[in-house]
Design a protein around this ligand. Structure first.
Ligand code: GLU
Length: 166
C-alpha cells in the first residue's frame, strides 16, 4: 500500500486565496479556497493538501520562507506545488532554488485575481502548475500565464500584470 501522495500542494496565501469582504470592501483571507477549486476541477490526482500560511506575500518574512523550505524538505513527496502571492513569488522561488536545487520538482504559482472573484486566473494557473510538476525535471519553477519559468529566470512585469523571462 502506498504510504504517501504523489504530489504535495502547499498553500501560502496570496491573491489566489483572498476573498472580497462586502462589509469593508477589502480583499482578505478567511480560509483557503483551494480545496473548492480542486473539487470543481474533478481532479484525479494523488494529492496531499496543506495550508502553511495565508499571507499576502508582501508580508512574508524570512522566517516564513524558512517555513516553506522546511515544509518542502520534510514533505515525503518529490513533486510539490506551492500557491503564493505574486508580488514576491520570484523571491521565494529563488530562495528555494538556492537551498534545495534539483532535489525535488517544485512549482510555485498564484493568481492576479482571487479564485472567489469572476474572471480569475486561479484555476488556469493551478491546473498548469499541477501538470508541470508531473512532467518537468527536478528543479524550482514558476508557472504563470500558461508559461513555465525556471527560478532566477523570471520577473513580474508590473505594468502588464504578467510574468516574463528575464
Ligand atoms: N500583494 C499580494 C501578494 O503578493 C497581491 C499580489 C498577488 O498575490 O497577486 O500576495
Amino acid at each position: 500500500m502506498k504510504s504517501s501522495a504523489n504530489i504535495a500542494l502547499l498553500a501560502c496565501g496570496g491573491t489566489i486565496d483572498k476573498d472580497y469582504n462586502v462589509l469593508n470592501g477589502e480583499l482578505e483571507f478567511t480560509q483557503t479556497y483551494l480545496t473548492e477549486l480542486l473539487k470543481q476541477a474533478r481532479h484525479q490526482l494523488d494529492l496531499r493538501f496543506e495550508t502553511l500560511m495565508l499571507k499576502d506575500s508582501l508580508d512574508m518574512t524570512q522566517n516564513d520562507r524558512q517555513q516553506v523550505l522546511e515544509a518542502c524538505l520534510n514533505a515525503p513527496e518529490q513533486q510539490i506545488v506551492i500557491t503564493h502571492g505574486t508580488d514576491t513569488l520570484t523571491q521565494t522561488a529563488e530562495f528555494l532554488a538556492d537551498q534545495i536545487g534539483a532535489q525535488k520538482t517544485i512549482v510555485l504559482t498564484g493568481a492576479m485575481r482571487p479564485f472567489r472573484l469572476a474572471e480569475s486566473d486561479a484555476s488556469f494557473n493551478l491546473g498548469a502548475a499541477l501538470m508541470a510538476v508531473q512532467t518537468t525535471r527536478p528543479g524550482v519553477y514558476i508557472v504563470m500565464n500558461g508559461r513555465l519559468f525556471e527560478a532566477h529566470q523570471v520577473q513580474k512585469n508590473r505594468q502588464l500584470g504578467v510574468f516574463e523571462a528575464r
